[in-house]
Design a binder for this molecule. Structure first.
Ligand SMILES: Cc1cc2nc3c(=O)[nH]c(=O)nc-3n(C[C@H](O)[C@H](O)[C@H](O)COP(=O)(O)OP(=O)(O)OC[C@H]3O[C@@H](n4cnc5c(N)ncnc54)[C@H](O)[C@@H]3O)c2cc1C
Length: 381
């Protein structure tokens, strides 16, 4: 067992910590919307190359280097949107690497290396949490298929170059799900107005509509009918990464809060001398550190195909998201009425609340954890 980062990974994490600072700084003067400049800087930094094999233009290192880079960014960037974009795209890379045909890998991994933005459409207006009940339908027609249905709340829906859509295959069987790849501009594909959200406003989310979209059979990802099993493997990485970014995002806010508490006076002393104030930062730090090790463990299990990985990835997401929301609220309270003014702290609260739904809700993860307990104890649900 090795519980420390290598020197190379620490150097990489520091590089991306610096890049996160620069992206956050550059963002201040830009109006609301997707951070194309930040995205380009990430692409240029070689972030995607790390997880794409040389055969498709990358350098093909393992996911740990990518993880170190993501952690470094999350430690300084202060707002989650670009991190959520990276997580969505990382899921796409994993999907292509695990299930893509040679042609799909060649086309889409190359596109990602050139800055293309992907989306993954799972949630539907009729069913978000209950993926088994999706209504989007793929029907055989001639050599290929037609796709009919809609998705909602999809990250990058208004700007994506290509989309992985989770769909039912119209053959009457309830378990019959497929993953299909749809390119921007395909006839019948449309997106709606971007959602107006409380936070994470620079991550454009929105609905997607499929009106008889032609899907050649070469656009099916992996095995037709095995979409649900494939999806579980793909989204587990995202779950651990939502945990990773949620636990690291408060980092600079802890430094700020220490400075603020050391100068703000109340009852003849600076407030950092009050144990109730200290407890806020202690609790926040306890949450961050226990989640850090849970996330590392979950990723290790995922990368080594440990059967416990699905359980651990859900625990990592659930606990980190909850601690992030609680920690952001606690920071707001530490600043008194200043925390309630429009600014970095109130923005953190708004952004943190998005983690209650992104990557699956608390109840969904509780259900998954119970199902994994049953599975690991030999009594599948
Ligand atoms: C910033 C952001 C980005 C997102 N990006 C994407 C994306 O790229 N792709 C994508 O597919 N989705 C995305 N989502 C959507 C997200 O995955 C869904 O919001 C989530 O799965 C929950 O679905 P829902 O919102 O429809 O809630 P619902 O399923 O309607 O749930 C409503 C409430 O009921 C609870 N509930 C539902 N079923 C049960 C049950 N069986 N037992 C107990 N409680 C239950 C839920 O936990 C929740 O509290 C994103 C969401 C956000 C906020």
């Amino acid at each position: 067992m090795n519980l420390s980062w290598s020197d190379d990974h620490l150097t990489l994490r520091e590089e991306y910590r610096q890049l996160g600072l620069q992206i956050a700084e550059a963002r201040i003067t830009v109006s609301e919307g997707f951070d194309y400049a930040g995205w380009q800087r990430l692409t240029d930094s070689g972030m995607w190359k790390r997880v794409i094999p040389p055969a498709y233009g990358g350098t093909g290192e393992d996911w740990w280097g990518f993880t170190a880079a993501l952690e470094g960014l999350a430690m300084t960037i202060r707002t989650p949107e670009l991190l959520l974009s990276i997580i969505a795209q990382a899921g796409m890379v994993r999907a292509l690497m695990l299930y893509g045909s040679e042609d799909q890998k060649d086309r889409y991994l190359t596109a990602i290396l050139n800055g293309a933005i992907s989306a993954t459409g799972i949630a539907e207006p009729g069913t978000g949490t209950d993926v088994r009940s999706i209504a989007t339908q793929l029907t055989a027609l001639g050599d290929g298929y037609r796709l009919v249905g809609s998705k909602y709340n999809i990250a990058h829906a208004p700007i994506a170059d290509f989309i992985m859509v989770v769909t039912r295959v119209a053959d009457g069987s309830k378990q019959n799900v497929a993953l299909v790849l749809i390119d921007k501009g395909t006839p019948g594909l449309a997106h709606g107005e971007p959602d107006s959200k409380l936070g994470n406003r620079n991550l454009p989310t929105g609905p997607l509509y499929f009106d008889d979209v032609p899907v050649p059979s070469t656009q099916v990802l992996g095995q037709l009918g095995k979409g649900l099993q494939q999806l579980v493997t793909i989204i587990s990485l995202g779950r651990a990464y939502y945990g990773l970014v949620a636990l690291n995002l408060p980092t600079p806010f802890v430094t700020d809060a220490l400075e603020y508490a050391a100068r703000r006076k109340s009852f003849d002393s600076t407030i950092d001398n009050h144990q109730y104030i200290q407890k806020r930062l202690v609790d926040l730090t306890i949450g961050m550190e226990r989640n850090r090790w849970m996330v590392y463990a979950a990723l290790h299990q995922l990368f080594t195909h440990d059967p416990q990985a699905l359980l651990s990835c859900s625990i990592a997401k659930l606990c980190s998201a909850q601690d992030f929301i609680d920690g952001a609220l606690s920071l707001l309270k530490l600043y008194g009425s200043l925390g309630y003014h429009e600014g970095l702290i109130s923005q953190l609260v708004k952004d943190a609340l998005g983690f209650a739904a992104v990557g699956g809700t608390e109840e969904m993860h509780q259900k998954n954890i119970f199902n994994q307990i049953l599975r690991l104890h030999g009594t599948p649900a």
